[in-house]
Design a protein around this ligand. Structure first.
Ligand code: URA
Ligand code: SF4
Length: 215
């Protein structure tokens, strides 16, 4: 179990993306349509990491192009961040789902710890290849992938965190910032949506402020 043996020793994001199409590092490739690798400039200064592709991302092969992507785009816009120069990816590269009992809708399922750890070599390879200055971890899955399974987002918002040392960790030192996942805003109570959205926008602003400071 694990993507290690599929990850080529290269810092070329296009070659990584190509190799990831054939990954069999965990069982998730079996039911999904395709690998959804990160997208964006190879030398992006800002990287965003989500959880895993959703239904529409799986069909299109691009990250954050469904409902969560629309919330993300609105939040980036409100924070004054242009998405084009940003590298956007996920902690897990295949869509995990169950079929709805009625109809054939595919319902998101949270990836297991084993799946997150299995897929992490791809995220490490992207970090190493892109070398971003700032990385925003969107939601618990991305945060736990890089910061450990006991990590809790709420206690660490608007803090500058670092990648903990690990034998297989990439040799880069981006500032890490954690925030909520855009989907949590859609799933949460409607009366709290505005506040939750504003919190996401503030966190994104905080992250891009770190970039400007290094300018
Ligand atoms: N949710 C994610 O975490 N990533 C996507 O790409 C889409 C939805
Ligand atoms: Fe490989 Fe990740 Fe897909 Fe599992 S989820 S098969 S580790 S790319």
């Amino acid at each position: 179990m694990g993507a290690e043996e599929f990850v080529p020793a290269t810092r070329d994001t296009a070659r990584l993306a190509e190799a990831a199409r054939a990954c069999r590092g965990c069982d998730l490739y079996q039911d999904a349509d395709q690998t959804v690798f990160g997208a964006g400039p190879a030398a992006a200064r800002l990287m965003l990491v989500g959880e895993q592709p959703g239904d529409q991302e799986d069909r299109k092969g691009e990250p954050f192009v469904g409902p969560a992507g629309r919330v993300l785009d609105k939040a980036l816009d409100a924070a004054g961040i242009d998405r084009e120069p940003v590298y956007v990816t996920n902690a897990v590269k295949h869509f995990k789902f169950t079929r709805a009992e009625r109809g054939n809708r595919r319902l998101h399922k949270t990836p297991s710890r084993t799946e997150v750890v299995s897929c992490r070599p791809w995220l490490y390879a992207e970090l190493s290849a892109v070398g971003p200055e700032v990385v925003v971890l969107l939601g618990a899955t991305a945060a736990k992938s890089l910061l450990g399974n006991d990590f809790r987002i709420t206690a660490h918002r608007r803090e500058v965190l670092a990648l903990p040392p690990a034998l297989d960790a990439p040799d880069v030192t981006p500032d890490l910032v954690v925030t909520v996942h855009p989907s949590s805003i859609l799933r949460g109570p409607p009366e709290q949506r505005d506040e939750a959205f504003d919190g996401l926008v503030e966190d994104l602003r905080f992250a891009s402020g770190l970039l400007a400071g290094q300018g």
